[in-house]
Design a protein around this ligand. Structure first.
Ligand code: GLN
Length: 483
């Protein structure tokens, strides 16, 4: 297989080739490592590349396959965002405060992938502690968009998106607290799925905002995302918020569909607030074309309203920073990573956190501590929780009228690296179309919807009700095949 073929390789095709004995995992891993290493200088998708470990795992997988074994992902290499514990590998969440920390155990998603035979290639770059939408808050330097060169890859899972979009990895895992899978997927021209809250375990994933975080697949195709979600979903005794809900075979979502009208009988809502002012005209055109395609494939589209959409950003940034400030309290120089030794322990906490955390982390910890402080708790945190309920009810009311929602992922395509870097509010505002799914807990995905005149990828977002992944995959697969 030549380099260009390897860069385009999907999970489904990898499995076919491995099962047919046409390629070995060792060959694949060697080829990918070459591409990964040669692109580090300009793309910088990875924080750590585990060449030795990946080659060892590949040899083991090849031996198991030679012995007649088969598993859902046996011998398939995957890239992992740097906020999920993989035993024996560093796990830094792209922060200095976790530099030198080596994971002592596997996160549940990793244990599930390992049991399914996956190979862990390395750790992808991200915004520090998943705070950002550009991957520029990483303590280890930014990642560049491999498709729209010179631009941000999006974030916070920008390293995973760049790795898959640039063909450096066949597939990856990302995490999404307010859009961090969907937005970089959209900017890098790949598929990214944020599962329903409680679909996938968060155990062993560095916590950002615990009531919003979900791990999900970032892949080249809808089928690949379904194959990975099949493996990582399901109850986990180690995470009480991970629900005991049956895991269907997501690759069956499009089985038996009428080839001419695969979306017959499906009602898709177009939230009018998502097509309002501030939406880039080229993004609007691509998303409207996707809605038109959905109609041509048999779906009915209806206009719906999510009247509290305007409160999404303030609500999200209060809830998320509140939870973040509590979650990051554990980084005190005693238990993990960096320690700046001082004579007394309080001074040591302060000095360690001052040196270990970057500016965006500090900004959010301060904001979160403020909204939780006595005197301001009722005015901010409590109020935000109430508005969060209103946002969830908006979505519930919409799903009473339709099966899915369709809209843009981001208001504009990827912008050049460095622009808006010192303008946090400008960055926060770009999350306006993704945060509602996290606040309400529902599932959502980003699907490539073409490119702008300048060649920048544009994604279309599909949002489904809780545990509505089957409908999401059915629609995404139909739109992708005809795209
Ligand atoms: N861009 C959003 C933020 O900065 C989302 C982050 C995420 O989903 N982890 O908070």
């Amino acid at each position: 297989m030549n380099t260009e073929e390897l860069k385009r390789l999907t999970v489904a095709e990898t499995l076919r080739l491995l099962r047919a004995g046409k390629v070995t995992s060792a060959e694949l891993v060697r080829g990918l490592l070459e591409i990964m290493e040669s692109s580090q200088q300009d793309i910088h998708a990875f924080v750590t590349i585990d060449a030795e470990g990946a080659l060892r795992q590949a040899a083991e997988c090849d031996a198991r396959r030679a012995a007649g074994e088969d598993l859902p992902l046996l011998g398939v290499p995957i890239a992992i965002k740097d906020n999920m514990n993989v035993i024996g590998q560093p796990c830094t969440a792209s922060s200095r405060i976790l530099e030198g920390y080596v994971a002592p155990y596997d996160a549940t998603v990793i244990a599930k992938l390992r049991a399914a035979g996956a190979i862990f290639l390395g750790r992808t770059n991200m915004d520090e502690f998943a705070l950002g939408s550009t991957t520029q808050t990483s303590a280890f330097g930014p990642t560049e968009n491999p498709v729209a060169r010179g631009c941000i890859p999006g974030g916070s899972s920008g390293g995973s998106a760049a790795a898959v979009g640039g063909g450096l990895a066949i597939c990856a895992l990302g995490s999404d607290t307010g859009g961090s899978i969907r937005q970089p997927a959209s900017h890098c021209g790949i598929v990214g799925v944020k599962p329903t809250y409680g679909r996938v375990s968060r155990y062993g994933v560095v916590a950002c905002a615990s009531s919003l975080d979900q791990v999900g697949p970032m892949t080249k195709t809808v089928e690949d995302a379904a194959l990975i979600l099949n493996v990582i979903s399901g109850r986990d005794p180690m995470d009480a918020t991970c629900l005991d809900e049956a895991v269907p075979d997501y690759t069956q979502a499009w089985a038996g569909a009428d080839p001419e009208k695969p979306l017959a009988g499906m009602r898709i809502g177009l939230p009018k607030e998502y097509f309002g002012e501030g939406l880039d005209p080229e993004v609007r055109a691509r998303v409207e074309a996707a809605a038109e395609r959905a109609r041509a494939l048999g779906a009915e589209t209806v206009e719906v309203s999510l009247p509290h959409s305007g409160y999404g950003i303030p609500t999200y940034y209060i809830c998320m920073t509140a939870e973040l400030s509590a979650n990051l309290a554990r980084f005190d120089g005693v238990r993990y990573g960096l320690r700046v030794p001082c004579d007394d322990v309080i001074a040591q906490y302060g000095a360690t956190r001052a040196e270990g955390f970057g500016a965006e982390v500090k900004r959010r910890v301060l904001l979160g501590t403020f909204v939780l402080s006595s005197g301001f708790y009722d005015a901010y945190y409590n109020r935000a929780q109430k508005v969060r309920t209103l946002i969830r009810r908006d979505l519930e009311a919409a799903f009473a009228r339709c099966d899915l929602l369709l809209g843009p992922v981001t208001p504009e395509p990827a912008w050049p690296l460095g622009v808006y870097q010192n303008d946090p509010i400008r960055n926060y505002l770009s999350d306006v179309l993704t945060v509602a799914a996290n606040l309400a807990g529902c599932c959502a995905l980003s699907l490539p919807a073409g490119k702008t005149g300048e060649g920048k990828p544009v994604g279309v977002q599909l949002i489904g009700p809780n545990f509505g992944e089957m409908a999401l995959f059915r629609a995404a697969h139909a739109l992708e095949c005809r795209g």
